[in-house]
Design a protein around this ligand. Structure first.
Ligand code: HEC
Ligand code: HEC
Length: 284
């Protein structure tokens, strides 16, 4: 309770008087293992409120940035390894593994994660990787869909996204009804909510670069998800992060994969167009 009040005051302080400190994101280059160059600054897509989109990595401390630059040090890599195990493991009544149909993920899944969420004509809605994996489990493996944030779900999504490490985020808004979902996501992004009466934009757009307690506010891009959060010592999925940000405004949290969070995922992924996939990113 006490923590909540302190956070509330801090949130109001950044959005209110403007007394909070400000710092530009750092000028630093991210090259993972000295090999894979990561695009952490990109020209914003047309219609963006920013001129340049910036990765959340540029807002983290030197130590946190270093963890992400070295895959032996990055704790998120354990989830990539676990994801690879699951990929090769038979499950469900059909007795099939992902690998049996999709082969070597480093080939079949290369670049795939950079283009999610993606229109799914059969479902008539955008799919993120979690929903696509569940669809494959149900239809192709005769297995139970994963429950939201099941450890195996997070590991598999992390593994698949990691096959796109370095690939720029680009989602296809021309497919199906993606533009209507983008619009719905945009509306949600700018809608003030909760007792603190804040929108996503209040923090990540108007106060981008300011500090909220010890947190340096980034643009809130999605290119690093699932991310390894040091605070939680765990992988955090995107919808978990969305729900956490919404909780911090004191609003009721929508369910994971609900239409509003799927619409937000479409819109917020688009805001980060051109940034490399960083999964598993390391954040505070
Ligand atoms: C029996 C074969 C089969 C199995 C087993 C299977 N899939 Fe699939 N998967 C498909 C087919 C066919 C498609 C393309 C059509 C569709 O969307 O259903 C697909 C599509 C996908 C896609 C979307 C690719 C893209 O380019 O957007 C992903 C991601 C995926 N599967 C992941 C998995 C994972 C992870 C598993 C294991 C948990 C798995 N699949 C198990 C057959 C399979
Ligand atoms: C009260 C301020 C606040 C509000 C409102 C808020 N966030 Fe956040 N958000 C944060 C903070 C603090 C962080 C962690 C530091 C950072 O990356 O900005 C964060 C992180 C994120 C991240 C992870 C960025 C990364 O690089 O790992 C995403 C994505 C995100 N927010 C999306 C949203 C969305 C979508 C909304 C609206 C539903 C929202 N946020 C509302 C404060 C807020």
């Amino acid at each position: 309770m006490r923590k909540a009040i302190v956070f509330g005051a801090a949130a109001l302080a950044i959005v209110g008087a403007g007394a909070a400190s400000f710092a530009e994101p750092v000028n630093d280059e991210l090259v993972i293992d000295g090999e894979t160059k990561i695009i952490t600054r990109a020209k914003a897509p047309e219609g963006s409120p920013f001129e340049e989109v910036t990765s959340g990595w540029l807002y983290r401390t030197k130590e946190t940035r270093a963890l992400e630059a070295d895959s032996f040090e990055n704790p998120g890599m354990l989830y990539v390894e676990r994801g690879e195990e699951i990929w090769n493991m038979a499950a469900g009544a059909a007795g099939k593994s992902c690998a049996e149909c999709h082969g070597d993920a480093s080939e079949s899944m290369k670049g795939v994660g950079a283009h999610y969420p993606k229109w799914n004509a059969e479902a008539g809605k955008p799919f993120n990787l979690e929903l696509q994996i569940n669809a494959c489990r149900e239809a192709n493996m005769k297995a139970e869909p994963y429950k939201f944030d099941a450890p195996d779900q997070k590991a598999l999504v992390t593994y698949i996204k990691n096959q796109s490490l370095g690939t720029p985020v680009a989602i296809d808004l021309d497919a199906g009804e993606m533009r209507a979902w983008w619009e719905k996501g945009k509306e949600a992004y700018y809608t003030r909510m909760g007792q603190l009466n804040l929108s996503c934009a209040s923090c990540h757009e108007q106060n981008n670069g300011k500090y909220i307690r010890a947190d340096h506010l980034s643009q809130g891009n999605t290119n690093g998800f699932p991310t390894y959060r040091l605070k939680q010592a765990n992988m955090v999925s995107l919808h978990n992060r969305f729900r956490g940000c919404i909780r911090d405004t004191r609003a009721a949290q929508p369910k994971a994969f609900s239409d509003v969070l799927m619409a937000l995922e479409v819109y917020v992924a688009w805001r980060g167009t051109g940034l490399s996939v960083e999964t598993p990113a390391v954040r505070q």
